[in-house]
Design a binder for this molecule. Structure first.
Ligand code: GDP
Length: 369
């Protein structure tokens, strides 16, 4: 019965079913809104009252339409990625859609990589990886959405490259785009306004516009879902457990061929062939790793998943996707990456296999550290 109701903020059709989709309004708020004659969707409501940006999810069709729109405008594109899940947070084909617009690549969550990793090296690594993906950013920078200093540095860079134009912020879900934008709003709502936050005019159907003083806008686009991320297979609690919140402490395991390392019950790393060496796991400090024999690893998993090997929890095992195996012959120092969960650095040539829940990518890449 809510078909004809529109949000007076963004014009989207009000719906009460899916909190992640455009136009969502809780039933109680819908009733209140109708009473007062001021009906806002939840996203606009939060924006108005708390200066808070909320993510909405896009379908593939919406996503393509959005990307096409970005190719048609004259703007700076700021692409936020999660450096802990770099490959999982690149937007497939982004370079084809941006047209001639410059792209500023922002690696967020810089706080969780080991401090020993120097910034210039990480930036160089991001440049190389984005070039491999076809993207040629005008600049690459690092942020931690939670650090004030980073936000002002980012705003300076944005100002340098936008050249009076609008700025579109794009990113897949979970990279910290909302946190970053909320921080931008919070910090620039102060005295010397880079962004005027007293009002949010021109909130359009799926884009949120935050005006700059010169009349251009910073435009938040909805988060794009990247289905091959671990995040989509985990409950909220488990997602919190596997998403690092502070600096990762690398864990070194001396493994022989014929040994297996379980990353909770979420992933598995087998050493099939090669000399004994120190493999380094970069995962959340909370995730428990178990070493076992490769020959009996599958039985070990069957027996202990949901118990000794968690997450998933015992009551989630039935719905948890089976682990799928990917084998790699490694020639040089390489990372084997479990999308969104972390990676294992392989120092020397060997043959290994990585297992992850069906649907989650397992890839190898040039070692980051
Ligand atoms: P969005 O889907 O891209 O809008 O991502 P969110 O802003 O909702 O953030 C996703 C998760 O990453 C949340 O749990 C945030 O707390 C966390 N997060 C965001 N920025 C950072 C950051 O700079 N460092 C760390 N460690 N976590 C972050």
């Amino acid at each position: 019965m809510t078909d004809e109701l529109k949000c007076i903020g963004c014009g989207s059709t009000i719906q009460t079913e899916d909190a992640n989709k455009i136009g969502y309004t809780p039933q109680s708020a819908l009733e209140k809104g109708l009473e007062s004659g001021e009906l806002y969707c939840q996203r606009c409501f939060r924006l108005r009252h708390y200066n808070e940006i909320q993510d909405v999810d896009l379908t593939d069709g919406d996503f393509l339409a959005l990307l096409n729109k970005i190719g048609d405008v004259d703007a700076l594109i700021v692409n936020v990625v999660d450096i802990f899940d770099f490959n999982g947070s690149l937007i497939p084909g982004l370079h084809r859609f941006v047209g001639d617009n410059p792209v500023l690549l922002v690696g967020n969550k810089a706080d969780i990589l080991p401090k020993s990793l120097k910034k210039p090296r990480l930036i160089q690594w991001m440049k190389e990886r984005s070039h491999e993906a076809g993207l040629r950013p005008v600049d690459v920078t690092l942020t931690s959405a939670k650090r004030k200093q980073d936000i002002s540095d980012l705003l300076e860079l944005i100002d340098k490259y936008r050249d009076g134009r609008d700025v579109y912020i794009v990113g897949v879900t979970n990279v910290g785009k909302s946190t970053l934008i909320n921080e931008i709003i919070r910090q620039s709502a102060g005295v010397d306004n880079v962004i005027t936050t007293s009002q949010f005019p021109g909130t359009t159907l799926d884009l949120i516009e935050i005006p700059f003083e010169d009349g251009s806008c910073l435009i938040d686009t909805p988060g794009i879902i990247h289905r091959h991320q671990m995040a989509h297979y985990l409950g909220k609690k488990d997602l919190r457990l596997v998403s690092p919140t502070k600096e990762i402490k690398p864990k070194v395991y001396q493994l022989n061929d014929g040994q297996t390392l379980f990353l909770g019950g979420l992933a598995r790393f087998d050493v099939i062939q090669g000399e004994k060496m120190g493999f380094i796991a970069y995962v959340s400090n909370e995730l428990v790793l178990h070493r076992t024999k490769l020959a009996t690893a599958s039985e070990f998993y069957e027996k202990h998943v949901g118990g000794l090997l968690q997450p998933p929890r015992e009551n989630e095992v039935a719905d948890f996707p089976e682990l799928v195996r990917f084998e790699f012959s490694v020639k040089e120092k390489t990372d084997l990456v479990f999308a969104g969960l972390g990676w294992v650095t392989i120092p020397k040539p060997c043959v290994v296999a990585g297992w992850a829940p069906k649907g989650v990518d397992v890839i190898i890449r040039k070692a980051l550290i």
